[in-house]
Design a protein around this ligand. Structure first.
Ligand code: ADP
Ligand code: MG
Length: 263
């Protein structure tokens, strides 16, 4: 059963057909990569999935074993989609510059109103992955944040305002924030763009570890080399359309893909 299914999605901006009849799906427990040259429509697909913009036509279905099967989320607002288990890392930084790193991460716990969803669905298990009952107090939330920060060698930054982070460190903190946010699907838009080789390696390791733990990840990335090394399945977009789909090996040797990247 797919975690996410996209059917014939279309979106235009003025005369630009940013997404043109795009269909693909994301399988559970795998890293699916959406790659393509700049301007091929990847971020627009990301925004459509997150509910930030609405498609002209087409449908988006989400599957969350705690909640529902094949829920049509096409016209739902971003906060609901987030509460349904889609956690995202944006291409542009979205940290609060004046809040400390710790405060930024603590905000992730508030994103999801557990009581509300528990009462609506009668589920105690909702969000159990990263925000189970014992983590509901501020103290234990702080402990989780501290552990994550230590893991990424960012413990010394906890009390610093987010504006003091380097670009790469902010990317890491944003990824941590989306991990803390209870979720079922993680979508990352260009997590390694502009970060140092060391941080790239760290993010790569992290993605593979998350997969080991059973996370489902949709990785949107421009860098083909990085993507082919971490993903299980690759979807290639060009001019708003899916032009190829397959394993990294199949994609590596696909002439259509090479041509799109050489353009
Ligand atoms: N809000 C917008 N307004 C107008 N044009 C947009 C907007 N967002 C994206 N586009 C255009 O849509 C196309 C796809 O953009 P985008 O999805 O950002 O591509 P990618 O993420 O693959 O680089 C580009 O031609 C871009 O200029
Ligand atoms: Mg983009």
């Amino acid at each position: 059963m797919e975690v996410l299914k996209i059917e014939n999605l279309k979106k235009h901006f003025g005369g630009v057909q940013a997404v043109d009849n795009c269909s693909f799906s994301v399988e559970p427990g795998k890293i699916t990569a959406l790659i393509g040259p700049n301007g091929s429509g990847k971020t627009t697909v990301f925004n459509l999935i997150s509910g930030i913009i609405r498609p002209d036509s087409g449908k988006i279905f989400l599957y969350n074993p705690f909640l529902f099967k094949d829920k049509n989320i096409t016209h739902l607002p971003p906060d609901i989609i987030s509460n349904f288990g889609v956690s995202r890392v944006f291409q542009q930084s979205h940290l609060f510059a004046n809040l400390t790193v710790e405060e930024n991460l603590l905000l992730a716990f508030n994103n999801n109103d557990q009581n509300f969803w528990s009462s609506v669905f009668g589920l105690e298990s909702w969000g159990q992955k990263s925000a189970s009952a014992e983590t509901s107090t501020r103290q234990s939330q702080k402990k989780i944040v501290a552990e994550y920060l230590a893991l990424f060698r960012l413990a010394h930054m906890a009390e610093k305002p987010a504006r003091d982070l380097s670009f790469g460190q902010s990317r890491l903190v944003e990824i941590l924030r989306s991990l803390i946010n209870p979720h079922h699907l993680l979508i990352l838009d260009e997590p390694i763009a502009g970060v140092t080789p060391e941080l790239r390696d760290m993010i790569k390791k992290l993605l593979l570890e998350l997969k080991e733990k059973g996370e489902t990840i949709l990785l949107i990335e421009h860098d083909m080399n990085f993507t082919l090394n971490v993903s299980d399945r690759v979807i290639v977009m060009d001019a708003g359309q899916v032009i190829a789909e397959g394993t990294p090996d199949e994609i590596r040797h696909n002439p259509k893909v090479l041509e799109a990247y050489l353009d």
